[in-house]
Design a protein around this ligand. Structure first.
Ligand code: PA5
Length: 470
């Protein structure tokens, strides 16, 4: 492993030794050792039994990587845009990785500066304004649409697909549409597989045991990344590097386990909110990806024994230094209900000098001669200190630099940490029954066959009262 690229995890300021009475006591870790050991055993057994397929992704995708890279090569120069149609786990990862690794204004670069790669757009919603706005700026004849859905049935994604396919067929006909449509879906389940067989659309497969929010290292994330010139092999190598670290039995050597253990103890101490605050615009959307992962995995009504527990920890998103000027006040002086996960970068992709100007104005002259890099790093340190001083638990993940390798490590670290947290909470990491009720209500109102009873139930709900409306 390239030591210079190893992510560092520093949890000093989670501990009572530094934070004082609101911090975690070493003893608290010992007190839950039996739970930790059990969670570790479960992780190992589940992996051995093939119930944790996302953990094998760094190793078992050589073929698909070749296929993706060849597909990208064959497509090069033929399209201007690559549009992902997907939602949730099928959309957040591609956005996060693109922002992390590529130029922050990638789509605004010239084609030459993008090395001939297409612009990337991800439609993570069904807001008509967004879709129409995208159609205003792209030429669909020069755009490839990647329909991404593990279940192949998600109505948001399917509606996006239906709109786009019809437009394509009307404009370019079936033969050309075939060249502009690519599916990423499950090998057997859902509508996309059927449609792909009928119409001959190219298809990439999401491995069976890997669910949406754990699928960034499958073609869900690998295809859009490779399309935009990102080295996906390196990303998977990064994940493999982290996998080695996440195998450590000693929890003081295992960043994912320790991350989860500290979150778990903090939660039992009343810190039910975990704020992710990267000090880098490149990592801004990692917080979105992670918020889904943490929320949808930990938030459960039932535990694994079927008891009602209503557990979970709320993720929140912030950006350094921007949110020092909006949310930090709450974090340092508000209730003791949060942990802050700071995310720093050793070496930013660019260095920017602050010129020595206005030397006659002391209150700004002190900035001159330094760099924006120093400024952002020192501001991160200052926030860490402010949190420390106010007795607020915080931890720091540092990426030596933001590149494919470290991003692969980071994704994998947070995925393993999430599953370990769920083991400690004794809830199922991989299901999301809570989102079904809303989905079913929508199906019923839209007249999906089989949802007639649900529609009756919905129609019978109590009327809203005028007195509670203004
Ligand atoms: O993590 C999950 O499973 C969800 O967020 C899904 O990714 C999301 O609902 C989209 O599902 P699908 O990929 O089946 O269209």
């Amino acid at each position: 492993m390239d030591k210079d690229l190893k992510i560092k995890f520093d949890f000093n300021y989670m501990m009572e030794d530094f934070i004082g009475e609101k911090g975690i006591k070493h003893q608290q870790i010992n007190e839950i050792l039996h739970k930790i050991v059990k969670a570790q055993e479960n992780m190992e057994i589940k992996r051995k039994d093939g119930k944790m397929d996302f953990r094998e992704l760094p190793y078992n995708q050589d073929e698909v990587v070749e296929e993706i890279n060849k597909f990208v090569e064959d497509t090069k120069g033929k399209i201007e845009n690559f549009v992902v149609l997907g939602i949730g786990g099928s959309a957040l990862g591609p956005i996060a990785v693109q922002q992390a690794v590529n130029h922050l204004y990638y789509n605004e670069l010239t084609k030459e500066k993008r090395n001939g790669c297409p612009k990337l757009y991800v439609l993570d919603n069904v807001d008509p304004e967004r879709i129409v706005a995208l159609l205003d700026i792209i030429d669909i004849e020069k755009t490839m649409f990647n329909v991404v859905s593990k279940s192949g049935g998600t109505p948001e994604t399917m509606s996006q697909f239906m709109i786009i396919e019809k437009m394509l067929l009307d404009k370019v006909g079936q033969e050309k549409a075939k060249e502009l449509m690519v599916f990423t879906t499950d090998k057997e389940k859902g509508n996309l597989i059927k449609i792909s067989k009928q119409k001959g659309y190219k298809m990439f497969i999401i491995p069976e045991g890997v669910g949406g929010r754990f699928s960034q290292l499958t073609p869900v994330g690998l295809l859009p990344a490779a399309m935009c010139g990102i080295d996906i092999k390196e990303m998977l190598k990064g994940a493999a590097t982290m996998d080695e670290m996440c195998k450590a039995h000693d929890i003081f050597e295992n960043p994912a386990y320790m991350y989860a253990i500290l979150h778990y103890i903090a939660m039992t101490n009343g810190a039910n909110i975990s704020v992710m605050m990267p000090y880098a615009d490149s990592l801004k959307y990692m917080s979105d990806w992670y918020a889904q992962l943490w929320a949808e995995s930990t938030g459960k009504k039932y535990d694994t024994e079927g008891e009602v527990v209503n557990r979970g920890q709320t993720p929140a998103k912030a950006l350094g230094v921007t949110d020092q000027h909006s949310q930090l006040q709450l974090y340092t002086e508000g209730p003791f209900d949060k942990i802050v996960v700071l995310m720093g970068v050793g070496e930013y992709k660019k260095t920017l000098d602050i010129p020595k100007v206005h030397e006659d104005i002391d209150s700004i002259a002190f900035l001159g001669g330094h760099t924006q890099n120093e400024l952002i790093s020192l501001e991160q340190m200052a926030t860490e200190y402010a949190l420390l001083k106010s007795g607020r638990m915080n931890m720091t993940i540092t990426l030596p630099k933001v590149c494919e390798h470290t991003v692969g490590q980071l994704l994998y670290l947070l995925e393993v940490a999430t599953v370990f947290m769920c083991e400690l909470l004794e809830v199922d990491s991989f299901n999301q029954p809570g989102v079904e009720e809303g989905k079913n209500a929508m199906y019923a109102m839209f007249g999906k066959p089989g949802y007639e009873e649900k529609k009756n139930e919905l129609m019978a709900r109590p009327e809203k009262m005028e007195k509670y409306m203004i």
